[in-house]
Write a protein that binds this ligand. Structure first.
Ligand code: TYM
Length: 336
């Protein structure tokens, strides 16, 4: 069958953007595809420098996937660092990857642009992990013979890079072994494909503007109140598509809340619904959907829960697969 694979970096608590952009589409694909989902802990090491923190977020991201409905019996669910084959492949791939390709990667370019603004040396604060990040991600994808990678739009360049890198390898060694060429799977969610955060920019751990999935109810309510809106008065007609709380509502709402979304849109457009009321609607929809997940999350986070057992079974299955591909690659390049 076709293979679906994706990862989340444990650099913070899982947030609404991760759920909408990656987890939900991944869980939908898992119904038909052979699916592999993982915690990208070595990717997180490019920014996290505290062992306790990294351990906590790895557990928390894993518990979030399970709380959201991942079935570990039907999906190979693992932690990246438990599969050393990935890192060995990463070296091989880096030897067939042009340095120029890495120079053009978004995250690296963004770091250089920030340094240009402040007049610092162009590579200040850039470690080799950040620079090589796309190669490691290509290894994650290629080692599992992935067909589709469900990701948010912000990750689509990385998936294209994985396809490019596979192409270079196949061009050089294709007589011996060829990687499957992966494709991104970017969920259609209408006008906005990136969920906005608490400041209206893309919701992102690196902007510190996220709504984490499993906050206690009162904290969730407080955060929803903080989403920015303009000063259009209650009676005035409003444009729902340029409003962050409405965008979050529209992208997040499960099918069961479709009527609420349609009705809210209509009332905003006609005038008579204020931003405060919109935020109450958003909170209710969020909380209804998240409350049962929050309970499951808390149970998985308890020490001694089945979480560790689930991940160690996943690691075993993932290694079995990865080592098959790695052996073929080692032979193809001449180290075996
Ligand atoms: P990460 O951890 O930044 O994000 C995890 C997933 O969530 C999506 N996402 C969003 N989607 C919509 N709106 C948003 N505001 C939003 N914020 C995040 C991301 O697009 C992503 O799909 N490099 C990856 C992790 C990774 C990976 C992989 C992914 C490592 N190896 C192999 C796929 C395949 C990352 O940093 O995602």
């Amino acid at each position: 069958g076709k293979v679906s694979l994706t990862g989340i970096k444990p650099t913070g608590e899982v947030h609404l953007g991760n759920l909408v952009g990656a987890i939900r589409p991944a869980l939908r694909l898992a119904e038909q595809y052979d699916s592999l989902y993982f915690i990208a802990d070595y990717h997180a090491l490019t920014t996290i420098r505290d062992a306790e923190e990294l351990r906590h977020y790895s557990r928390s991201v894993a518990a979030s996937w399970l709380a959201a409905g991942l079935d570990p019996n039907r999906t190979t669910f693992y932690v990246q660092s438990d599969v050393p084959e990935i890192f060995e492949l990463s070296w091989v791939l880096s030897c067939v990857t042009g340095k120029g390709l890495m120079n053009r990667a978004h995250a690296y370019k963004a770091a250089r642009d920030r340094n240009a603004e402040t007049g610092d040396d162009p590579d200040t604060g850039v470690n080799m992990g950040l620079y090589n990040y796309p190669v490691l991600m290509a290894a994650d994808i290629l080692i599992m013979e992935t067909d589709v990678v469900p990701v948010g739009k912000d990750q689509s360049q990385h998936v294209e890079y994985a396809a490019d890198i596979a192409g270079s390898f196949n061009h050089l060694f294709g007589d011996e072994y060829s990687f499957k060429i992966p494709q991104g799977f970017i969920p259609e969610s209408g006008t906005g494909d990136i969920l906005p955060g608490l400041d209206g920019r893309k919701m992102s751990k690196s902007y510190d503007n996220t709504i984490p999935l499993f906050l206690p109810e009162n904290k969730l309510k407080k955060l929803v109140r903080r989403i920015p809106t303009d000063s259009t008065p209650v009676e005035a007609p409003k444009d729902p598509d340029s409003s962050a709380p409405f965008q979050i509502l529209r992208q997040f709402a499960p099918p069961s809340a479709a009527d609420v979304v349609a009705d809210t849109r209509k009332r905003l457009e006609e005038g008579g619904m204020g931003w405060g009321e919109l935020k109450n609607v958003l909170f209710e929809v969020l909380n209804t959907e998240l409350a049962p997940m929050r309970e499951r999350y808390n149970a998985y986070m308890e020490p001694g829960s089945e979480l560790d057992e689930v991940l160690s079974r996943g690691a075993e299955r993932a290694r079995e697969r990865a080592s098959r591909v790695l052996s073929a690659v080692r032979k193809a390049v001449g180290v075996a």
